[in-house]
Design a protein around this ligand. Structure first.
Ligand code: ZN
Length: 172
């Protein structure tokens, strides 16, 4: 009986199992100490640290704004699992990726999404979407808002993006 259920459910079960195994391995991996800039063609030296700048409603800026022409490819900074492709009022069109060490990577103000959906496994450099001005970025120059959330809350991506990549790591 169990064998029959397994046989019938296997085409559905197998990817779920693979993803669960990958998720466990990903969570156990150390959080990255250096990251590539997640926008095609933007050099680390061009970045400005916009962490904790004042925002409306007493908020502080929980990430970095990476300016680039509209439509420029937004690339996953890490390997991981896409956890959400959707919208919210501040971020507009957003993508969340769960990366190594259970950190969540947040890509916001996208003009549109690449052909990805929740549950997809991505590599560093996988195209997630395109630079835009959706959400509260309307009327500003096109940029990617990139945030990293660890267990204790948001952390500043800027030092990670400026850090020299570890030997052998992909560099853009
Ligand atoms: Zn921002």
């Amino acid at each position: 009986m169990v064998a029959v259920i397994l046989w019938v459910a296997w085409p559905w079960l197998q990817p779920q199992l693979e993803r669960a195994i990958y998720a466990a391995r990903l969570a156990a991996r150390p959080a990255p100490t250096a990251l590539p800039v997640p926008v095609q063609g933007v050099a680390a030296r061009a970045l400005r640290d916009t962490w904790h700048g004042a925002r409306s409603g007493g908020r502080k800026h929980e990430g970095i704004d990476i300016f680039a022409p509209r439509g420029r490819q937004v690339l996953s900074a890490t390997e991981g699992i896409v956890s959400r492709v959707g919208t919210n009022s501040l971020g507009g069109k957003v993508v969340w990726v769960m990366g190594p060490g259970r950190q969540m990577h947040y890509y916001a103000h996208l003009d549109g999404y690449a052909a990805i959906r929740a549950g997809d496994i991505v590599a560093p450099g996988t195209v997630l979407g395109y630079v835009g001005t959706t959400g509260n970025a309307r009327g500003t120059p096109p940029h990617l808002h990139y945030g990293i959330y660890a267990a204790g809350g948001a952390i500043n991506p800027y030092p990670l993006l400026k850090a020299p990549a570890a030997a052998g790591a992909p560099r853009r």
